[in-house]
Design a protein around this ligand. Structure first.
Ligand code: NAI
Ligand code: MG
Length: 477
């Protein structure tokens, strides 16, 4: 069994007490590797190395085209290890091999995209008076700590790291304890790209130990978190205690509204990827469908056909479509939600329980006749469980879609683009997908309304949250 280490100051560091975190293949429940478990000592080392690199100004003073070239080099090196890393990601997370390799390539795209913006972060001159010359400069915060979830271990790492690096911050990444191995392969790309010491550190430890210590560390100046609302709030409290900024993306309970004129096959294709892909462990999962009464039966039949057709299996087996849930705990949680939906009056027209085989597989589950008072309609399930709700008039559909504490994604299915735009304008969510879930790219801003968080990742404006503004006034007298 291979043993992985933490990547600190460009070297591989074991943990002081030799403790390790064992990593499972969720398709078989077998241990596939282990990683040195970072604790206080290793967090201190990583933060100090980031702080030193920041204080050395190596990235800040680097000519910006050089910084951009270095980022392109990281992108190239990441593409070179995409196959090797993708395989490990596929094993530790469970998702399909193609999706896992794509995640590495997405990281490379992020670095290429933000590389092109490094020298376009312009300040302003501000008229004050004829004898004052006043200007602004955009500057990094210093040490930026990123806490990564297990559902998209590489994509989440890449989107925040690329911004952090492009803006001149030094970064400490804490990967998720369920999926830390693939990020260490990525660390090899950092080494191969000859990134100066300390600018990027990647460690793994438990959330309530290394994670909470990292975000509350006195030398951390900025935090990025993607994960659950409960953990996000704890992290925001830590940041408030130190008065430092945080970027938080906290999941969702996203609804797609299906109008009577919708192409129902489009809805089914979206369900295939957006609720059954990655076993539904997606922050913007299409977890509710709010369907017009006139087309509900037909759509439910199609969703049942889709659910029946999905090939259940590990991500590394050719043709697998319904891959495992990340862990025993998460499977129990997801199964518990499905059971609660049935107990509260929903009808499981397909699925409803775990698959009877090794590993942590959950049946593709379609719950019909769900109402907004049910737990399955309100809480983030994070599994392949789709709730179908019925509506009669458009205002009612929008009300149902918005009746949630979350506000990450939303969808509209209709051939009438006028109606789509009007509906999109009334949806309380950071993104709205029309006729196809996941239309975005590295260039489109992504983030939440309400309890789904704030700030935006991806796109040009994401960079703003990694920068602070310095105003300089020169007296010309
Ligand atoms: P979590 O939010 O607790 O974990 C995400 C990351 O935060 C991990 O790296 C973990 O080590 C770290 N963490 C945990 N506690 C921390 C703390 N006190 N301080 C600093 N870092 C900490 O999510 P968890 O427990 O793995 O899953 C629970 C639920 O969260 C899931 O069922 C799902 O509903 C939701 N979730 C949502 C995600 C999203 O993208 N929206 C991603 C992962 C989980
Ligand atoms: Mg947790």
């Amino acid at each position: 069994m291979e043993k992985y280490k933490n990547f600190i100051n460009n070297s591989w560091v074991d943990s002081e007490y030799k403790e390790t975190i064992k990593v499972e293949d969720p398709a078989t429940a077998k241990i596939i590797g282990e990683i040195a478990c970072a604790k206080k000592t290793e967090v201190d080392l990583a933060v100090n190395s980031a702080k030193e690199s920041y204080n050395s100004r190596i990235l800040i003073d680097m000519p910006l085209l050089e910084r951009a070239k270095l980022m392109h080099k990281i992108a190239d090196e990441t593409r070179k290890i995409a196959k090797e890393g993708g395989k490990i990601l596929c094993y530790e997370n469970g998702k399909t091999l193609a999706a896992a390799i794509k995640e590495f390539n997405d990281v490379a795209d992020m670095f290429d995209y933000y590389a092109g913006l490094t020298d376009k972060l312009e300040g302003k001159t501000i008229p004050v008076s004829s004898n004052v010359f006043d200007y602004t400069v955009l500057e990094p915060f210093g040490v930026s700590a990123h806490i990564i979830p297990w559902n998209y271990p590489l994509a989440m790492l890449g989107r925040s790291l690329a911004c952090s690096f492009a803006t001149g911050n030094s970064t400490v990444i804490k990967t998720a304890e369920l999926t830390p191995l693939s990020a260490t392969v990525f660390a090899k790309a950092i080494q191969n790209a000859e990134v100066p010491n300390g600018l990027i550190n990647i460690i793994c430890g438990y959330g309530n130990e290394a994670g909470s210590y990292l975000v509350s560390h006195p030398d951390v100046n900025h935090v990025v978190f993607t994960g659950s609302v409960a953990t996000g709030k704890k992290i925001l409290h830590s940041c408030a205690d130190k008065a430092i900024p945080a970027i938080v993306e906290l999941g969702g309970k996203s609804a797609g509204i299906v109008f009577p004129d919708a192409n129902l096959d489009d809805v089914v294709e979206s369900a295939r990827h957006a609720i059954f892909g990655v076993a539904g462990q997606i922050c913007t999962a299409m977890s509710r469908l709010v369907v017009h009464k006139s087309v509900k039966n037909e759509l439910v039949d199609k969703l049942v056909d889709l659910s029946k057709s999905l090939k259940v299996g590990p991500g590394y087996e050719e043709g697998s479509e319904l891959t495992p849930i990340i862990s025993k705990n998460q499977l129990e949680k997801v199964e518990g939600y499905a059971r609660s939906g049935i107990q509260q009056g929903a009808e499981a027209v397909h699925g409803g329980q775990r698959v009877n085989r090794e590993g942590y597989f959950m049946e593709a589950t379609v719950l019909n006749n769900v109402t907004q008072d049910m737990t399955v309609a309100r809480e983030e399930i994070f599994g392949p469980v789709l709730s179908v709700l019925e509506y009669q008039d458009t205002e009612e559909a929008i009300k149902i879609a918005n009746d949630t504490d979350y506000g990450l994604g939303g969808g509209v299915f209709t051939k009438d683009l006028n109606k789509a735009a009007l509906t999109a304008s009334k949806m309380q969510s950071g993104q709205v997908y029309v006729n196809k879930w996941f239309t975005g790219s590295h260039a489109t801003p992504f983030g939440g309304y309400k309890q789904s968080g704030y700030s935006r990742e991806k796109g040009i404006q994401a960079l703003n949250a990694y920068l602070q503004i310095k105003n300089v006034g020169i007296s010309l007298v």
